[in-house]
Design a protein around this ligand. Structure first.
Ligand SMILES: Cc1cc2nc3c(=O)[nH]c(=O)nc-3n(C[C@H](O)[C@H](O)[C@H](O)COP(=O)(O)OP(=O)(O)OC[C@H]3O[C@@H](n4cnc5c(N)ncnc54)[C@H](O)[C@@H]3O)c2cc1C
Length: 398
């Protein structure tokens, strides 16, 4: 890529103002605000930041802070465009917004995140509630508030399903909450953490049905693969993830789940002027391809910004290295379990539980926004992230 000059403004378009895309936009804008030769534009459907980490709280009617994206960008020189991306044209280097606006780019950052995979099971798209966005979570909150007794099935007993089931059971003790999924909840945790999790779910009255496969979501419940069913007044679908199909449709190389395959610097392997970050990217590390988390998404966003700046300066970008360090799981508002992990996400023996874990989880959930605000004044260095320098040393763990 050519070095940008003052006469020739380099347009960086960041798609998606989630944890990863916002990190890229703030980082880039903060580092280049005094230069006239680079402009950052951030595109997102809402002008408020969606704290996905708290959507299970929204789903039980709890208020969460309103975080205004244009206010955060104020003073950085970055522009904000509110709208839905409907297509990316990699040949013309343009992006279509809401089908009536076209934005040009020199460098594109693809950070459109992921949603629950409601395509995986017939009927889920039509009949299940999701935690895909604030409006989806608010719909569930409204339904739950109107129920006077009854059953809620939470499909998928991964971490999102566990957090949602616990939150609903605590907030609506009159409802029967059934958590269904293939594996045992917390199956990948250390036995100490798993035992705590099981006891907490039992205390909250959550009925756990593991080893079951949902065959279909119906208007009034779920049908299981063994032919039996669970009647429900509401079904929440949290299982699996799927990413927007825009990258594949644009001809970018994607993996089997539609995520953009990146090189070490987080550039698309097929289109090096496109960077991919967060859940929408397939980022390979020594231990395998990263799975979607906020803890990995934000560093990937920061790293993409640093890579873009190095490439524009005619330098070789550095490889992105990330190691996981924790899995914090809320169990209602006063309880939680935090599983500390090795960099490859395998569990360590260290586990935090109870009130201290709940405070830890709240600190984690609240941290991104002040981190963005701080980045605006003081851009982050990639080396500041946990496991910096240690992440390449992957232990076999357990
Ligand atoms: C209930 C819940 C609890 C979680 N808890 C944790 C946790 O404790 N720790 C953790 O690390 N992770 C957690 N996660 C996962 C974490 O939220 C995701 O991994 C993280 O949000 C990924 O960040 P991202 O920036 O890639 O995507 P997102 O945060 O999803 O952001 C993507 C952005 O792109 C926008 N977008 C999507 N499509 C379009 C389009 N076509 N046009 C324009 N904009 C678009 C979206 O509106 C959104 O603003 C949790 C998730 C949920 C649902």
């Amino acid at each position: 890529m050519m070095k940008a000059t003052a006469e020739q403004r380099h347009e960086v378009l960041v798609l998606g103002a989630g944890y990863a895309g916002l990190a890229t936009a703030i980082q880039l804008a903060a580092r280049t605000r005094r230069r006239g030769n680079l402009r950052v534009t951030l595109v997102n459907p809402y002008d408020t930041f969606t704290e996905r980490l708290r959507l299970h709280m929204t789903a039980t009617g709890r208020r969460t802070p309103v975080l205004n994206i244009p206010d955060l960008l104020d003073g950085t020189g970055a522009a904000f465009v509110r709208g839905w991306v409907t297509a990316v044209d990699t040949a013309a280097r343009t992006v279509r917004i809401d089908d009536d606006q076209v934005l040009r780019y020199d460098t594109l950052v693809y950070g459109l995140g992921s949603i629950a995979d409601t395509d995986a099971v017939p009927g889920a798209d039509d009949h299940a509630y999701t935690l895909n966005g604030p409006e989806d979570a608010a719909l569930l909150a409204d339904r739950l508030a109107r129920l006077d007794g009854g059953t809620v099935v939470v499909g998928g007993n991964g971490l999102t399903g566990i957090e949602a089931a616990a939150e609903i059971a605590e907030r609506h003790p009159g409802l029967r909450v059934v958590l269904v999924g293939r594996q045992e909840p917390g199956a990948s945790m250390h036995p100490k953490a798993k035992a705590y999790l099981d006891a907490a779910l039992a205390r909250l009255g959550v009925q756990v049905r593991s080893g079951v496969e949902v065959a279909e979501v119906l208007p009034d419940g779920v049908e299981l693969a063994d032919g039996s069913g669970i009647r429900a007044d509401a079904v929440l679908w949290t299982s699996g993830t799927r990413v927007p199909p825009l990258a594949a449709a644009a001809g970018l190389t994607v993996d089997e789940r539609g995520r953009v395959v990146t090189d070490g610097a987080l550039r698309s392997v097929s289109h090096p002027e496109v960077y991919a970050v967060g859940d929408a990217a397939a980022i390979r590390q020594g231990y395998g391809v990263m799975h979607g988390t906020c803890q990995g998404g934000m560093p990937s966003g920061v790293h993409a910004a640093l890579s873009i700046l190095r490439v524009l300066a005619g330098k070789e970008p550095k490889p992105f290295r990330f190691g996981y360090y924790h899995t914090p799981v809320s169990l209602g508002r006063k309880d939680a379990v935090v599983q500390f992990t090795h960099p490859d996400d395998s569990p360590r023996r260290i586990v935090l539980t109870g009130g201290r874990a709940a405070k830890y989880k709240e600190t984690v959930s609240a941290a991104p926004w002040p981190t963005f605000a701080r980045m605006k004044r003081m851009p982050a260095s990639g080396a500041l992230w946990p496991h910096g320098g240690r992440y390449t040393r992957i232990r076999s763990a357990k």
